[in-house]
Design a protein around this ligand. Sequence first.
Ligand SMILES: Cc1cc2nc3c(=O)[nH]c(=O)nc-3n(C[C@H](O)[C@H](O)[C@H](O)COP(=O)(O)OP(=O)(O)OC[C@H]3O[C@@H](n4cnc5c(N)ncnc54)[C@H](O)[C@@H]3O)c2cc1C
Length: 414
Amino acid sequence: MSKVLIIGGGAAGMMAGVFAARNHHEVHILEKNEKLGKKVFITGKGRCNVANACDTEELFPAVMSNPKFLYSGFYSFGPQDVMNFFEEAGVPLKVERGNRVFPQSDHSSDIIRALERELKKAGAKVHLHTTVKEIVKKPEAEKVTGVILEDGTFMEGDAVIVATGGFSYQSTGSTGDGYRFARELGLKVTDISPSLVPLKTKEDYIPKLQGLSLKNTGLTIKNGKKVLYEDFGEMMFTHFGVTGPMILSASAHIGAKLAKAENGELCAYLDLKPALTKEQLDARILREFETGQNKQFKNVIGVLFPSSLTPVMLELGGIPAEKKIHDISREERQHFVDLVKAFPFTITGMGEFKEAIITKGGVSVKEINPGTMESKKISGLYFAGEVLDLDAVTGGYNLQIAWSTAYLAAQAIQ
Ligand SMILES: Cc1cc2nc3c(=O)[nH]c(=O)nc-3n(C[C@H](O)[C@H](O)[C@H](O)COP(=O)(O)OP(=O)(O)OC[C@H]3O[C@@H](n4cnc5c(N)ncnc54)[C@H](O)[C@@H]3O)c2cc1C
């Protein structure tokens, strides 16, 4: 039996704690907050998209950084294992669009409570208001001996699992301490950047649409003529740009490309009627025109869009709002069709860490054994969750990374 110190009582720390304690180790979770799982609480807008009910091999394309490193983790503790774990722990689950798994109750607190119950049942000890300042290793050998807390207390341990999370949404406790621990111990940490973030835009008509949410929209992002990213889904306009699931996923793909683009800008286009081809859309508009030949343009196109979008479509459409339908030329109509199929805006920047769902970069996976999550250099030192250089798109994949890596670390401890 080993004494296991787990730094961080978030998703990875709690899951590692359950399995290490079930394996009869003496487990101590050291969490600086007043409660466990503060970030888990806000996941999935408070509903917690706890996993993605896809086949294990389908997880890999959703991982943006170092997917191959996760082979052992995903195959040892995959989506079905996560779902079984929570169902057995008393949380009935449901699967929604895109295989997203949520608690049936729609309450993330049920996920946290289930983990707390399992920790207690297995005999793990939870120390709240406990900040770890430093990880200690033997001076003469590459082996951890314990941790030093903020008040200077030394806590001895045979194994230390670093589950301190990333650097985003710092109000939840993830302030990047794990990166510091790793560097102090001579491990490599890759550059970090915010990912799954809203995007900032240039045009002044975007803030006018603030609050407008579009469900079925196509998105194309280009650098000059080169298409960088295409997707379809849900998005929202904000006072500074665009957000929503489709935009957050796009941010994970275009971050580096935006940084390298000329003027630091990329062009983006929304297809506001993706179910219709240009010809079908033109026919649809013509049908509207036929019913109101004497009406003004602004009074006819309203049926095609949400009301807050209509003034902006009029502004960009090139057809005077008061123009009578029978005076609108074919070219004007074609131009309007083009606008609906490619509503333009310019991406000028990414959101910041404080609003990022995930941190890209972290403790280099080259330093870590992928089958055990143990440092290759320092024995008894393990890493799990977002602190590692691993990140995925939205859909329950990031929590899956936390659960899988935590499971491997816990099972590896002798
Ligand atoms: C708004 C939002 C919504 C999200 N929604 C989803 C979703 O629906 N599905 C999904 O898969 N992913 C989602 N994510 C991502 C997911 O929450 C993270 O990937 C996951 O929580 C990472 O788990 P972790 O245990 O590595 O880190 P965290 O959950 O961040 O836990 C780290 C813990 O370590 C503690 N800690 C840090 N330093 C110290 C220290 N020195 N001493 C003691 N304790 C310390 C922190 O207080 C914290 O409790 C979301 C993220 C955000 C911000």
